[in-house]
Design a protein around this ligand. Structure first.
Ligand SMILES: [Zn+2]
Length: 288
């Protein structure tokens, strides 16, 4: 599943290959891909025709392309979504869902999604977290790379949540863009077990955790940051590009890079959590 660094790579690719171009026409090949576009496929297509695409933006795992300064094309890649730049005369991909062609006759923008958990839509813009963002995502908190992300406010809200720290990291109303993989990596760096109660975390520990989240995602981005040079803008939702930068995620029974103890896998929120039993001791249950 693509996480923030992978989505940022796609954003940079879109910025390079799509910005400033004018939409000639769009086609929708599968209704599920635009299920969040309430007015339907016909309106989606007519609303895009003739629009000039602005510079690609991102919040968390959402991407958008501003249109003529008012609307935007909003995309979420889901589990397996890809945004591809493809020459207009090349054959349709097996799982092609939406195609956007441009007046310059250059490469199409194609949304390909095997599992169809991803979606695209055209929407009006709203405002949230100190910047214009598409209306459907105004309720989503800023991600930690946004200029207006408020570290102090995040720390206060995290403590007030009275929940488990991993649950809070995955809570998109508190912080966006931290998925299962980078939550585990950040918790390992900060030496915190994911079920630690947020109310008991000190402000310096929260600052350390936030810095760790930024570091692991920035490191992943710098490793994968060259792939947007090619014409083919691609997120491979299955393997992920950045496995090599991971210390604990997916590394059950391998030695912890810090202390050598075997990494353990536990079930959490119907997903897998990976941690070091020595660096990240599980808190004792209250009353024991
Ligand atoms: Zn360890």
């Amino acid at each position: 599943m693509p996480e923030l660094p992978e989505v940022e790579v796609v954003r940079r690719g879109l910025e390079r290959w799509v910005s400033g171009r004018v939409v000639a026409h769009a086609e929708v090949f599968h209704p599920r891909a635009i299920r969040r576009h309430a007015p339907g496929a016909e309106e989606f297509v007519s609303r895009l025709k003739g629009r000039t695409v602005g510079s690609a933006e991102r919040r968390g795992k959402y991407l958008w392309l501003p249109l003529d300064g008012s609307d935007a094309i909003l995309a979420h890649l889901g589990m397996s979504g890809q945004l591809l730049m493809v020459e207009p005369d090349s054959a349709p991909e097996k799982h092609l869902r939406v195609r956007i062609a441009f007046t310059d006759g250059g490469p199409d923008l194609r949304f390909v999604d095997q599992r169809t958990f991803g979606h695209v839509l055209v929407t009006a813009m709203g405002h949230s977290g100190g910047r214009p963002v598409p209306e459907p995502i105004v309720h989503i908190a800023a991600d930690p790379f946004e200029a207006h992300f408020d570290d102090e406010k995040f720390a206060s809200r995290l403590r007030a949540k009275q929940t488990e720290v991993k649950r809070a990291l995955l809570d998109q109303s508190l912080i966006s863009g931290v998925g299962n993989i980078y939550a585990d990596e950040a918790l390992w760096r900060a030496g915190l077990h994911g079920v630690r109660p947020t109310g008991a975390l000190t402000k310096p520990k929260i600052a350390e955790l936030l810095a760790a989240a930024r570091q692991v995602m920035a490191a992943a981005l710098s490793e994968g940051g060259t792939s947007f040079d090619s014409l083919y803008v691609n997120v491979n939702g299955e393997s992920g590009y950045f496995d090599r930068s991971l210390a604990v995620y997916g590394r059950r029974d391998e030695p912890c890079p810090r202390c050598g103890a075997p990494i353990i896998r536990e079930s959490f929120m119907n997903r897998s959590s990976y941690s070091c039993p020595r660096c990240q001791p599980r808190p004792r249950k209250a009353g024991l």
